[in-house]
Design a protein around this ligand. Structure first.
Ligand SMILES: [Zn+2]
Length: 114
């Protein structure tokens, strides 16, 4: 049963790729290229697990092409997980285009920081 389920998952992901051949690229961008107002909005303040509230480092990536549909957003989530190892990200739209921001608590490693 487990083998069947595993095979089924692999089939499903192959199928999704054929239906939806989007190629989303992530390019790391420096914080200082982003509008300070956007940064203030994206900057994490506190970890909800360990209450760490000192400086929490954040990385920004430009998403090209930008994501519009649910399918593209799913694909972006998959790429963020695969390439960056993050399960969560914040998206924002700024003058550069679609930008995502990923972060992790430096104390406990949780991504639940706000
Ligand atoms: Zn933490």
């Amino acid at each position: 049963m487990r083998t069947f389920a595993h095979g089924f998952n692999r089939f499903r992901s192959g199928e999704a790729l054929m239906i939806n051949p989007i190629k989303i690229q992530l390019s790391k961008i420096e914080k200082n290229t982003i509008d300070p107002e956007m940064l203030a909005f994206a900057a994490p303040i506190k970890c909800i697990h360990c209450y760490f509230n000192d400086y929490i480092p954040t990385q920004f990536y430009l998403v090209t092409p930008g994501v519009e549909t649910y399918d593209e957003h799913d694909e972006l989530s998959r790429i963020v997980r695969g390439q960056l190892g993050h399960n969560k990200f914040t998206s924002m739209y700024c003058d550069l285009g679609d930008v995502i921001c990923v972060t992790r608590c430096p104390q406990c490693g949780s991504e639940d920081v706000f």
